[in-house]
Design a protein around this ligand. Structure first.
Ligand SMILES: Nc1ncnc2c1ncn2[C@@H]1O[C@H](COP(=O)(O)OP(=O)(O)O)[C@@H](O)[C@H]1O
Ligand SMILES: [Mg+2]
Length: 321
């Protein structure tokens, strides 16, 4: 069977700046393929090249057998695109947006109308189809974008950070929709900077950083990297004791001092926390803060590749929940 996407040494320069650096990968038909990386990694640039919006500087991409540079129309007729920046006309209604997209693809009126109705009903937008999009919530707007990408019977759906900036409920609803569409046979190419999203959604994940693919793996592999990078972080009042005290605690893989905080990287946060509490009691320590931290993209990336991310990303990691 032809692969859905085959990418060969794909490269993009913006003047002298190398945004995507000789990347290679294959996406099988029916997969949800994740493209995971921090801001500025080259995800959107890659999607733009794969969808014929931007020309590669070198290398090639094949979409269901069609070369995206030499046969863009054939390739584009098989794909739906949800770009990072909304392509909706907010002064038009949802119905008009879908109709307009259908016209661009040259779909006959009756098919266009049937298809638009089907999609909007499925996305629970049909009741409000005649309202201008400007009055929609962010989540609804995002759904309209996805709906527009499906008007032309796409075989591959490209989604550039489809859940970023949305509330929890919309995120869940959009992830469910993507899963359903995939179960019906749609191949999905999904970019995200969210490790949890990639993990939950994707069959395989390519990790991209600074324009280079660092790893292509199943989420299981990422998960094991994540397990190794959970941590318990505490700060103590008036403490002058040695770090050695924490070494014997179960699960602790390493101990890091960060400002007034002590971070215990652990394979087993629950057990570590339990024993830490016992130590606090026996040594009569005064805790001023205590947190368990989920692994960040930066940690998992380090685990996966042994490569440091660039500085901005490390800063971004501080905002973790
Ligand atoms: N049109 C452009 N002109 C110049 N530089 C760009 C342009 N688009 C993106 N870049 C740069 O290329 C790099 C990759 O950007 P992008 O593909 O948008 O990353 P991501 O989607 O992973 O956040 C960034 O450093 C960005 O600043
Ligand atoms: Mg982007």
């Amino acid at each position: 069977m032809t692969n859905a996407i085959e990418v060969n040494e794909l490269t993009k320069f913006y003047k002298d700046f190398l945004a995507v650096d000789h990347i290679n990968f294959k996406v099988k038909q029916g997969e949800i393929f994740g493209f995971l990386g921090p801001n500025g990694a080259g995800k959107s640039t890659t999607i733009r090249m794969l969808t014929g919006i931007s020309l590669p500087s070198s290398g090639s991409a094949n979409i269901l057998g069609y070369d995206i540079v030499r046969q863009p129309v054939n390739a584009q007729s098989l794909m739906g695109i949800v770009p990072d920046i909304s392509n909706i006309y907010t002064e038009l209604t949802a119905w008009q947006n879908l109709d307009f997209t259908g016209k661009l693809y040259g779909i006959p009126k009756s098919t266009r109308e049937r298809k638009s109705r089907e999609i909007l009903e499925r996305f629970e937008l049909y009741e409000r189809k005649d309202e201008k999009v400007i009055g929609y919530s962010r989540g609804m707007r995002r759904k309209v974008c996805i709906a527009m990408a499906l008007v032309n019977d796409s075989k591959i759906l490209y989604l550039d950070e489809p859940t970023s900036g949305l509330d929890v409920k919309s995120v869940r609803s959009i992830r469910n929709l993507i899963r359903e569409l995939n179960e019906e046979g749609l191949t999905v190419f999904l970019t995200t900077h969210n490790l949890v999203e990639a993990n939950q959604m994707c069959d395989r994940i390519a990790v991209i950083n600074r324009g280079k693919i660092a790893a292509i793996d199943t989420p299981q592999k990422l998960k094991s990297a994540m397990k190794r990078s959970q941590s318990v972080e505490l700060s103590l009042l008036n403490d002058t004791g040695s770090m050695d005290r924490f070494e014997g605690i179960s699960g602790v893989l390493s101990i890091q001092k960060r400002g007034d905080k002590i971070r215990l990287v652990t394979s087993s946060p629950g057990q570590t926390l339990k024993e830490l509490c016992m130590l606090v009691k026996t040594e009569d320590l005064n805790i001023s803060s205590l947190n368990t931290l989920e692994p960040s993209l930066e940690d998992a990336f380090l685990e996966l590749t042994g490569m440091e991310m660039k500085k901005e990303v490390v800063k971004m990691g501080k905002g973790r929940r």
